[in-house]
Design a protein around this ligand. Sequence first.
Ligand SMILES: Cc1cc2nc3c(=O)[nH]c(=O)nc-3n(C[C@H](O)[C@H](O)[C@H](O)COP(=O)(O)O)c2cc1C
Length: 162
Amino acid sequence: MSRLSDDWRMAHSENLISLIYLSSEAVPFSEQDLIELLEKSRQSNAALGMTGMLLYKDGNFLQVLEGETEKVLALYEKIRQDERHRSLTILSREAISHRDFPDWSMGFRDLRSPDTVRRPDFSHFVDTSLTAADLSADPGRARKLLMFFKEDKASVKSVGAC
Ligand SMILES: Cc1cc2nc3c(=O)[nH]c(=O)nc-3n(C[C@H](O)[C@H](O)[C@H](O)COP(=O)(O)O)c2cc1C
């Protein structure tokens, strides 16, 4: 009988899911508002073992939350009731065997920031809006967009980059 690897056991005993949703701000977020949102979220997410990435563009948010199923669903429920944003649309919710953002209590990018716009490889996404019209038909595109920022933790200086 083959033995299961420790990584596999760990991932499955953790019962992980990833949930990706879109929303639109209900009140305009200033840079300070975003910083405060991120500071609080990162603190709380770290305590809950929650990881992910939040993208912001023209008043719209795209967020991926990763963690234990119950914790992700409870957090999403809280986020859903937050009156600072509206029109939440879940793009995908799936069981995962490993985290895509293990080192991020909540990564963040403002897609309009000069650091982002200047990146040559960002041109694939430059015209993409964070709306259901652009992303709901192809959740894979939303995931690619989130993943795009994963590797450049050190190089990006946009607001609140952690
Ligand atoms: C776009 C958006 C993303 C958010 N992401 C998170 C998050 O990742 N983690 C978190 O704890 N709160 C997040 N929040 C804040 C929650 O909605 C809520 O305000 C927060 O969990 C505080 O809950 P509490 O009043 O129980 O402390 C987010 C809010 C918005 C508008």
